[in-house]
Design a binder for this molecule. Structure first.
Ligand SMILES: *[C@@H]1O[C@H](CO)[C@@H](O)[C@H](O)[C@H]1NC(C)=O
Ligand SMILES: *[C@@H]1O[C@H](CO)[C@@H](O)[C@H](O)[C@H]1NC(C)=O
Ligand SMILES: *[C@@H]1O[C@H](CO)[C@@H](O)[C@H](O)[C@H]1NC(C)=O
Ligand SMILES: *[C@@H]1O[C@H](CO)[C@@H](O)[C@H](O)[C@H]1NC(C)=O
Ligand SMILES: *[C@@H]1O[C@H](CO)[C@@H](O)[C@H](O)[C@H]1NC(C)=O
Ligand SMILES: *[C@@H]1O[C@H](CO)[C@@H](O)[C@H](O)[C@H]1NC(C)=O
Length: 487
């Protein structure tokens, strides 16, 4: 402990003594050259050739506005750490990091990178950690990470990802940490995920996941064995029998699963309850069942709308309505057929016609079984239609057309909005994003990185300044103690 302090102190004193020979903004010693910048207008020029670490960090309230990183924006045969936060980077040109062969850690959090391709990280053959957290709505093209076979840690949190193709990770054989927190993932390709045999830490918190298939227990057992970590909080977990294995595991290995991790969102009677408090009998399978339909028989005039309001239950169910002639209508997000089937089992026919006349069947099924209910829809065909129909018996070929073109009165029931998924549990875990009032970066955005080489000025916030006067005093006292000890 004491040795540690002494070491830090000696580095500090050393830095102070050699500071004068080093570029402003940098600290140089024989082993390391570290440069730290805050508000600057572009990649700094004249960096020491021996630079080992570079940090450029704007802030939430005043981010930098670098725009795109041009090819070989940096050049150093020794740089191992490159951190650029809040730098307003919106694009990485092909080969931008090609001249940093020793780079191990690349941190690009809180930027605005719009697209990543296979060329973005070209040449980074020693990279072990890549952090892209909070580059929102970034389009990650296939093969983007293909060249990064040494990568151990990949952070893709808070990127508004709705889907994530895990095949992107197929070259990352050593990957130990995968962070996908705070995205909008409803599901993942679990089979691909379980092929990551070196995974030790996974963060899927703050997504829209409802369940994890039980065959993922092999991956989770692997993580548990390595004493890694599994973060699953803030997802709308559906607490049913499918999740029982996960509950069991999180009870047995609570140090790996963060406590209170899996909070139920559904069914309603278990909402907000931690799965570990739910007794096993309550996690029994819910068979598909039609509880009620508000009508068993309905009579309407042709052209009128019909709404059959049903209540159903069941785990992982498929809902369909079958019309009298045997055609199925499934629930779909695009409700534009005029025959809308809702996930909750209800049916809406916007304008009834002769083909709707007869018994409709609601079928609710899952791999556990099926339930059915029949509703008799009696459509009173308007007289004009009947006469047209009889007439068309002579002019045969026109039959279908004449029937469909019969004028339809406006439906009495207004169209129903499609069900929206509640987003209450998609709370974000880490710090908030930059405010919507982005700084007037537009003018500087246009400045390209290489154009900055002429006269750029930057504000050098030296480390001592950041420590503050109390820190200074502390360091002086430490120095005094250290000297005492040496005497
Ligand atoms: C897990 O089960 C699902 C079906 O439930 C299947 O698609 C997937 O391939 C299985 N994954 C593994 C790793 O066995
Ligand atoms: C929970 O897991 C343990 C072993 O991991 C097993 O012995 C036990 O039967 C499981 N309990 C339930 C309820 O699945
Ligand atoms: C459907 O039924 C539920 C309860 O059974 C009710 O709350 C809802 O308002 C009904 N919807 C319509 C459109 O009638
Ligand atoms: C089923 O969903 C429809 C459309 O969102 C809605 O109008 C109806 O009230 C729902 N029925 C029940 C029983 O919740
Ligand atoms: C509908 O089904 C009922 C019995 O469930 C039957 O009596 C009736 O005739 C059927 N209607 C039609 C149009 O087939
Ligand atoms: C920023 O958001 C606030 C409310 O969240 C809104 O009143 C304001 O108009 C927004 N400003 C801009 C520039 O969009």
């Amino acid at each position: 402990m004491l040795l540690n302090y002494l070491c830090i102190l000696s580095v500090f004193l050393h830095v102070l003594t050699v500071h004068s020979q080093c570029r402003q903004g940098c600290k140089c010693s024989s082993k390391v050259t570290i440069c730290v910048f805050t508000q600057i207008s572009g990649v700094p020029n004249n960096l020491p050739t021996a630079i080992t670490a570079l940090t450029i960090s704007g802030s939430v309230s005043s981010p930098n506005s670098f725009g795109h990183l041009s090819p070989s924006a940096f050049s150093s045969s020794r740089m191992s750490h490159l951190i650029m936060r809040y730098c307003g980077i919106d694009a990485i040109d092909a080969g931008a990091f090609r001249t940093l062969p020793e780079l191990k850690r690349l941190n690009l959090e809180f930027n605005k990178i719009q697209t990543l391709t296979q060329q973005s990280f070209q040449g980074l053959t020693k990279l072990t950690a890549l952090d892209l957290t909070e580059n929102r709505k970034c389009d990650i093209k296939p093969n983007t990470f293909d060249g990064l076979s040494t990568l151990l840690e990949l952070r893709l949190g808070e990127m508004d990802l709705k889907t994530f193709d895990l095949n992107l990770l197929q070259s990352l054989h050593s990957l130990a940490t995968l962070d996908l927190h705070g995205n909008r993932l409803k599901t993942l390709d679990w089979a691909v995920l379980s092929s990551l045999t070196n995974l030790k830490h996974i963060d899927l918190s703050g997504n829209q996941l409802t369940t994890i298939p039980s065959n993922m227990s092999s991956l989770f057992t692997q993580i548990v064995t390595k004493r890694g970590s599994i973060h699953l909080g803030n997802n709308p977990w559906k607490c049913n029998w499918e999740i029982k294995w996960l509950k069991n595991m999180s009870v047995s290995f609570s140090s790996v699963f963060s406590i209170g991790n899996i909070i139920c969102d559904s069914p309603a009677n278990l909402q907000y309850i931690s799965s570990i408090s739910v007794p096993d009998p309550k996690l029994k399978p819910i068979l598909p069942k039609i509880l009620n339909c508000d009508k068993t028989k309905i009579t309407v005039n042709e052209g009128m709308a019909v709404f059959i309001n049903c209540t159903i239950k069941g785990d992982s169910i498929t809902v369909k309505w079958i019309n009298p002639t045997g055609t199925s209508f499934a629930s779909s997000p695009l409700q534009q057929t005029g025959h809308n089937v809702y996930l909750n089992g209800s049916l809406y026919i916007s304008s009834t016609s002769s083909s709707d006349l007869g018994n409709w069947t609601l079928s609710v099924s899952s791999k556990l079984g099926e339930d059915q209910r029949t509703v008799d829809v009696n459509v009173i065909l308007s007289t004009t239609t009947t006469t047209t129909t009889t007439k068309t018996t002579t002019t045969t070929t026109l039959t279908p057309t004449t029937i469909t073109t019969t004028p339809t009165p406006t439906p009495t029931i207004t169209p129903i909005k499609t069900k929206t998924i509640p987003t209450t549990s998609s709370k974000i875990v880490t710090t908030k994003t930059t405010p919507n009032v982005t700084t007037p970066t537009l003018a500087t955005n246009a400045v390209m990185v290489q154009d900055v080489s002429t006269d750029f000025t930057f504000k050098w916030n030296s480390a001592p300044q950041n420590i503050g006067s109390v820190g200074y005093l502390f360091l002086v006292v430490c120095a005094a103690i250290a000297c005492q000890l040496f005497m």
